[in-house]
Design a protein around this ligand. Structure first.
Ligand SMILES: [Zn+2]
Ligand SMILES: [Zn+2]
Length: 133
């Protein structure tokens, strides 16, 4: 599991909560379909950045985990290709295959998902994490 890594933390640029909020709103709320997320930074693991996101319409709450690019690249390099499913995701906007991982959303209720961006049209979309993975 990604969040249990314990490598030393290094200096890195902090992610702006507004960037997270913008992407969440572009994809819209999985429960009500609205685009009114409010995002606040919370204490997280030193290797990750954690945010709390809440939908102002339906009250859906989630924990957003942003993993620095270097950590992701390390994980991708170690995993067999079948584990890199998200990178071969199909874009619902343009149909292009291939995506970049942005951050993971742990929902209080509902199915967790990853937010990825299309390598072709660069639009973000939701990729659900299937149970048992
Ligand atoms: Zn909602
Ligand atoms: Zn696309």
């Amino acid at each position: 599991m990604i969040s249990s890594r314990s490598t030393k933390s290094s200096k890195r640029a902090l992610i702006n909560p507004f960037d997270v909020q913008k992407k969440l709103n572009e994809i819209s709320c999985p429960a009500c379909g609205d685009a009114k997320f409010q995002v606040t930074r919370v204490e997280g693991n030193p290797d990750e950045e954690h945010f709390e996101a809440a939908c102002r319409r339906c009250g859906l709450k989630m924990r957003v985990v942003v993993i620095p690019r270097v950590v992701i690249e390390g994980i991708e390099a170690m995993e067999p290709p079948e584990e890199r499913q998200v990178l071969e995701a199909k874009c619902p906007h343009c149909g292009g295959v291939g995506a970049r991982f942005q951050f993971r959303c742990h929902l209080e209720t509902g199915v967790d998902y990853d937010v990825v961006t299309c390598r072709h049209c660069r639009r973000p979309y939701r990729k659900e994490i299937l149970p048992g993975r």
